[in-house]
Design a protein around this ligand. Structure first.
Ligand code: SF4
Ligand code: SF4
Length: 98
């Protein structure tokens, strides 16, 4: 079985620019979600790791309280997986408009 050839010339295949203007999300992603992340702010110590690992950049700090923009959260669960305090749980039910 032959190995796939690794291309070295991707010219013409790489999208020009980001998928949204200046990396701002232009389409809501809540429809992707099966589970939604819920932050327990009684456990959270505001370390900011979830913000750093969220691929959509939708976790934010609001007056020293971490929150999630559910309109753009795709429910991947990376934040819950990486939180060292186990302050984020993935729960059933939608909160797209919360
Ligand atoms: S990673 Fe966990 S402890 Fe840190 S800010 Fe996020 S929810 Fe809070
Ligand atoms: S579930 Fe994924 S997209 Fe949603 S806040 Fe967590 S890391 Fe971000």
């Amino acid at each position: 079985m032959s190995r796939p050839t690794v291309k070295t010339d991707f010219s013409g295949e790489i999208p020009k620019g980001t998928y949204g203007p200046a990396m701002h999300l232009t389409e809501t992603l809540e429809g992707w979600r099966n589970l939604r992340p819920v932050i327990n702010n009684n456990i959270c110590n505001n370390c900011g790791l979830c913000y750093l690992v969220c691929p959509e950049g939708v976790i934010f700090d609001e007056k020293n309280k971490m929150d999630i923009d559910y309109g753009f959260c795709k429910g991947c669960g990376i934040c819950a997986r990486e939180c060292r305090k186990n302050a984020i749980t993935m729960e059933k039910g939608d909160a797209a408009n919360e």
